[in-house]
Design a protein. Sequence first.
Length: 87
Amino acid sequence: GATKLDWLFGPFAFKANLAGSWLAYDGNSWDAQMIPYVRGVRNENWRIISVMVNFRHSKEMKEQEEGDPVWTKKRLMQLNLLFDLLG
C-alpha cells in the first residue's frame, strides 16, 4: 500500500531545480506551499518522500481547534480553495 504522507504538515524541502514552481505561483498564504507541491506530483511526476519528525501539536492547541465552529469554517474554506485551484 501507499506510504502515509502528511502533506499538510509544516516545513518541507525540495531540490533547487524545482524552485521555479514555487516562485511562479501567485499564492500568498498556505496555498503557496501546497499548490505547487500537488501540481508537481500530479503533472510533473515528482517523487515525494516523507521524513519522520518528532513533533506533536500541544494538547491545548488541539483542544482549541477541535469542535470550534470558527476553526471548522476555516478548514472548510481551505478545502474549498484547494478544490477550486486543483480541480
